[in-house]
Write a protein that binds this ligand. Sequence first.
Ligand SMILES: Nc1ncnc2c1ncn2[C@@H]1O[C@H](COP(=O)(O)OP(=O)(O)OP(=O)(O)O)[C@@H](O)[C@H]1O
Length: 483
Amino acid sequence: MQTATYPASSSDQDSKVDGYMDRQPEDKPDSPAQNQTSDESQDQSSAEKGSSNNVWTSGIPAALEEATMTQPAPSTSEGPQVETMQSMQQKEVATPEQQASSNFTDKSVASSSDAASRSTENNQYKNTGKSIDNVRDRQMRKSRLTQLLDLQRKRIRPADHSTKGRYGIQDFGFLQTLGTGSFGRVHLVQSKHNRLFYAIKVLEKRKVVDMKQVEHTCDERYILSRVQHPFITILWGTFQDAKNLFMVMDFAEGGELFSLLRKCHRFPEKVAKFYAAEVILALDYLHHNQIVYRDLKPENLLLDRFGHLKIVDFGFAKRVSTNNCFTLCGTPDYLAPEIISLKPYNKAADWWSLGIFIFEMLAGYPPFYSENPMKLYENILEGSISYPQYFSQASIDLMDHLLQRDITNRYGNLKDGSMDIIMHPWFRDISWDKILTRKVEVPYVPPIRAGMGDSSQFEAYATGPTNYGNDENPEFSDIFQDF
Ligand SMILES: Nc1ncnc2c1ncn2[C@@H]1O[C@H](COP(=O)(O)OP(=O)(O)OP(=O)(O)O)[C@@H](O)[C@H]1O
């Protein structure tokens, strides 16, 4: 996995707080393509073709019924893959790598367009403020959005849906390493049956046990086997051999948002808003299903072939009721004050991390950092934030409401829950239904050959040990029965 490098700081992901690191999966796709509905193909195909609907300018359309997500929409299913390949090939003829950059690779372009957009934002914010949405309009928007979100919130795979043993090592050809983690690595693999590419996360059972991460690992498998959301990776199946656990997931071909952010230095407001919006919908979904994610950061946000986000790494995700989490986990820069203070914490911690995430996208570095972890924690607890002068007023207002040390004042954790964030003026030009249905013009389409096992957006790793599949003397199979 990559390590963030911030100005005058190091936020090494490996230097996470003691006492956590986990992950693991389970289940196999006998044929993920079979699980796709025609609605999904339509959805994806319209996203591929680049809908003419523009998320930045449209209002709140009525088409709730069109939010067709009765089943997970696997990006690796055959239908969309064929279309994607065609569309990607066409794009390649026109523009290969440059099409990914326009206002990204050239920082001066990014800054000037950002300045224009910021000025507009500030004017709108000053001139209209909350008055642009009079109370009645606001109530109507809110109720339509709530209806829309409720449709998605209810989509959860059945508890008896088993991912266990659906695949085995013999079903896949193991290719290069895409990333490494605390307990193993993630491989690009190709199914020997349908020839499609997937990502398999491999966890060494012994390491998981030694680092006391069994519960986290089992939670990760369980949670990923239940959720179904356009911005959350799909877990197709799990299996195990004598020494390892395997989780078969969609291959998010576009690489880490982290890499894109470092390449661009920082994102223009519109771009940051787009990624923030996708993350918000995913967090809203998880929270309504009583799941707190606990590890939001750009390294855990991957891009699919279309340029939409996929949240990966549910190693710290937890099922919660209210204030029942105590574990010190997460990544230092993104830790909420209540976690550092070892107070019980809840979903509000994710909204704090969202504030950090928005800041980091806009600035290129997080609001709190220090080489020294203790100093970092002090900074977080002290909570004084210095916003760069180029931040818009609306963005600062939102971050102020998210980065509240007192959770009883923090947006996302108040009476209206995530609606306070969704309805915030910074998101005024976002059409949430189009975000949710992926009918938006994405700011960046990864320059990849879709469906071809193209791992060019990932760091190159020495392949590492792949002596998987040994079933002799199985270890800990009683502990990992669900895999
Ligand atoms: N579905 C996927 N598609 C493509 N790449 C992936 C996928 N899942 C994970 N990766 C890559 O592998 C890396 C490590 O994955 P992940 O964070 O899930 O592992 P981990 O063991 O939990 O890591 P850590 O211990 O650092 O939290 C990711 O940062 C990403 O680069």
